[in-house]
Write a protein that binds this ligand. Structure first.
Ligand SMILES: [Zn+2]
Length: 153
């Protein structure tokens, strides 16, 4: 079946989904597998935040501005997770004033491309590509997110 969020072809299974995500059980199960890799082996951990941001952007049930901000800080500013987290906390505090972000203009890579990775190097490379494609697909909102980032860094 086709995932209601990202459009990936995923298994039609029964699986509990996250209530804050617009996703299908088969897609959510794949995402949980990726998280499993990242939580169980430190070699996979460096891209954990990118995994969360990319998935959330493609399956947002509410305003995904903070996830887009995180990717802006990573890809435009080259910030590390340690630099990004306090900025995210500051941004969260002004939640009501976050710009309203709609959906992606298109989806090219999905959770499926990362799921196919056979080792930690492929996992890291494919998560990075996936997150970059997710960031690019929100190009309608780059300007507003960049000015939000500018006010926070
Ligand atoms: Zn999906």
């Amino acid at each position: 079946m086709t995932c209601v969020g990202c459009g990936a072809e995923v298994a039609d299974i029964e699986y509990p989904v996250h209530s804050d995500m617009r996703t299908s059980p088969g897609c959510w199960a794949l995402f949980c597998e990726l998280l499993g890799r990242e939580f169980s082996d430190p070699a996979y951990w460096p891209v954990h935040q990118l995994t969360v941001n990319a998935y959330a952007l493609q399956h947002a049930a509410s305003n995904p501005a903070l996830h887009l901000l995180a990717l802006c800080l990573r890809f435009d500013h080259g910030y590390s997770d340690a630099q990004i987290l306090p900025i995210m906390r500051a941004a969260k505090k002004r939640n009501a004033r976050l710009p309203e972000i709609g959906g992606p203009r298109y989806v090219t890579l999905t959770v499926l491309s990362v799921h196919a990775a056979r080792n930690e190097w492929e996992h890291i490379a494919s998560v990075t590509e996936w997150a970059q494609s997710a960031w690019k697909s929100f190009d309608d909102f780059h300007e507003v997110i960049r000015s939000l980032a500018h006010g926070l860094v």
